[in-house]
Write a protein that binds this ligand. Structure first.
Ligand code: HEM
Length: 415
C-alpha cells in the first residue's frame, strides 16, 4: 500500500499530523508524485537541509528562466517582482540584503514596541468584545488586523493608510505562496494590481523619508552599510524589502495568533494553566509555535546532486522541508503530540534555521505573546463557537475563521 502523501487532501488539510507521522516513520525522505517534490519529515534531516548548499532558495528565477521563449504573461510580471526578495535569493546577493535589513531591524529596538502593541491589541479586543458574545471571528477582528498595522507603523506609514497594507498583503498572499486556492484564475491579475499600487505607495514614502528622515524602519533601511559606506539599498530594493516584510510578517503572525488560540481552546487544562500562570507566556508561545506553527512547508530548489539519508536527490528537483513534521518528531521531542506549555528546552524550527532564519522572529514572538496573553486575560469562559475550517494551503497552516464565544460582556454587566 503506498503511503498517503498528498498534503492538500481534505484529511491532511484538516489534520496533517497523522499523514506526516506515517511518512516520518516509514519513508522520511519521500518522493511525492502528488507534489512532484521530496518531502523531508525528520527533525534532523530538516535541520541539516537548512545548511545544505545544494538546496537553494533562489527558486523564482528558475521558474522565470523556464518560461523564457513563451509569450510573456501576467504571472511572469508578478514573478519578476518577487524574484528580487531576499527570501528567494542565495549568497552573495542574500548576504548583502540580509545585512542591510538586519541593521535596520536592530535599529528599531523591537523590545521598546511592547506597550504600543499592547494598546493595539486591546483596541482590537474592545471591538471583538463589543461584538456578539455568542461568537465572533477572532481572526478578522484581532489576529488579522494586528500584524499589518504593526508593520505599517514600523515602516512609518501614516495611520490612515494601514488598511491598504492589509489589502496588499492579501493580494500578495494570493500569489506568493498560493494561499486562497490555486484555482483562483484571477489571482495573478489581482496580485499584480496590488503590487503596482504598493510599489507606487512605497516609492512616494521613500521620497518623503529622504527629505524628512524619521525614527522608522524605512529610514533605517536607507542607511549605508557601516562596513562598506558605499553600499546601501537602492530604491527598487527598498520597495522589494518593504513588500517582503509586509508579506512575510502578516499572514504568518495572524496564523500564529489564531493557531495558538485554537490549540489552547482544544486543551482546556493548558488554557487554565496559562490563566493561572501568565509567567508561562514566553515558553507557551514557543510550544504553541512548535505544536501548530504557521508554516507547514518550506520549499528548496536542488542545484547540485546531494544525498539525504541515503536518497540521491538530483539538480532540478524540489525539496519540501516539512516543518510541521520536524516539530513533532519523537526522536527530538518527548511525547510530541502533547501540548505542554512548560516544555523546556524547545528547539522547534517554526522560524527556520541557518542564513534565512526568520529576521522578524523577535517581533513575531512579541506580537503572539501579547495577543495570546490579552486574549486569555480578557475573554473569560472563551470557547469555540463553531468548527474552524483550515485553508487548503501547502505552505501555511491557516484557518479560514476562528469563531469564539466568551463571557466577557456578561462579567462586565454583572461587575
Ligand atoms: C510567527 C510568525 C512568523 C513565522 C512562523 C515566520 C517564519 C519564518 C521562516 C520559517 C522563515 C525562513 C524561510 C526560509 O528558510 O525559506 C522566515 C523568514 C523571514 N521572515 Fe519570518 N516568520 C514570522 C514572522 C515574521 C515577521 C513579523 C517578519 C517581519 C516583519 C518576518 C520577516 C521574515 C523575512 C524578511 C524572512 C526572510 C529572511 C531571509 O531570507 O534571510 N517574519 N520566517
Amino acid at each position: 500500500m503506498p503511503l498517503p502523501d498528498d498534503l492538500l487532501s481534505p484529511e491532511a488539510t484538516a489534520d496533517p499530523h497523522a499523514v506526516l507521522a506515517a511518512l516520518r516513520e516509514h519513508d522520511p525522505v519521500h518522493w511525492s508524485e502528488a507534489h512532484r517534490a521530496w518531502l523531508l519529515t525528520r527533525y534532523d534531516d530538516v535541520s541539516a537541509a537548512f545548511q545544505n548548499k545544494a538546496l537553494s532558495n533562489d527558486r523564482v528565477r528558475p521558474l522565470l528562466a523556464a518560461r523564457r521563449g513563451h509569450a510573456p504573461s501576467t504571472s511572469d510580471q508578478v514573478l519578476e517582482l518577487l524574484a528580487s526578495w531576499m527570501v528567494v535569493s542565495d549568497p552573495p546577493a542574500h548576504t548583502r540584503l540580509r545585512k542591510l535589513a538586519g541593521g535596520a531591524f536592530k535599529a528599531q529596538r523591537i523590545s521598546a514596541m511592547d506597550a504600543q502593541i499592547e494598546r493595539l491589541v486591546d483596541d482590537l479586543l474592545d471591538t471583538f468584545v463589543a461584538g456578539a458574545p455568542a461568537g465572533s471571528d477572532l481572526i478578522s477582528d484581532v489576529a488579522y488586523p494586528l500584524p499589518a498595522t504593526v508593520i505599517a507603523t514600523m515602516l512609518g506609514a501614516p495611520v490612515a493608510d494601514r488598511d491598504r497594507f492589509r489589502d496588499w498583503s492579501d493580494e500578495l498572499a494570493l500569489v506568493a505562496f498560493g494561499t486562497g486556492g490555486e484555482a483562483r484564475a484571477d489571482r495573478h491579475e489581482r496580485a499584480l494590481r496590488g503590487l503596482r499600487e504598493m510599489d507606487a505607495y512605497f516609492r512616494d514614502l521613500i521620497a518623503v523619508r529622504r527629505r524628512d528622515p524619521g525614527e522608522d524602519m524605512l529610514t533605517a533601511m536607507m542607511a549605508t552599510d557601516p562596513d562598506d559606506p558605499g553600499d546601501r539599498l537602492a530604491d527598487d530594493e527598498l520597495v522589494a524589502m518593504c513588500a517582503l516584510l509586509l508579506f512575510a510578517g502578516h499572514e504568518t503572525t495572524t496564523n500564529s495568533i489564531a493557531n495558538a488560540t485554537l490549540a489552547l481552546l482544544r486543551h482546556p487544562d493548558q488554557l487554565e494553566l496559562l490563566r493561572d500562570r501568565p509567567d508561562l507566556l514566553a515558553p507557551a508561545v514557543e510550544e504553541l509555535l512548535r505544536f501548530d506553527g504557521p508554516i507547514k512547508v518550506l520549499n528548496r530548489w536542488v542545484v547540485a546532486e546531494t544525498e539525504i539519508a541515503g536518497c540521491v536527490i538530483s539538480p532540478g528537483q524540489r525539496v519540501h522541508l516539512v516543518l510541521a513534521a520536524a516539530n513533532r518528531d519523537p526522536a527530538r521531542f518527548d511525547d510530541p503530540d502533547r501540548l505542554d506549555l512548560t516544555r523546556s528546552p524547545n528547539p522547534h524550527v517554526a522560524f527556520g534555521k541557518g542564513i534565512h532564519a526568520c529576521i522578524g522572529a523577535q517581533l513575531a514572538r512579541m506580537e503572539t505573546r501579547i495577543a495570546v496573553g490579552r486574549i486569555v486575560a480578557r475573554l473569560p469562559g472563551m470557547r469555540l463557537a463553531g468548527e474552524p475550517v483550515w485553508k487548503d494551503s501547502l505552505a501555511s497552516r491557516s484557518l479560514e475563521a476562528l469563531p469564539v464565544a466568551h463571557d466577557a460582556g456578561r462579567k462586565a454587566a454583572v461587575g
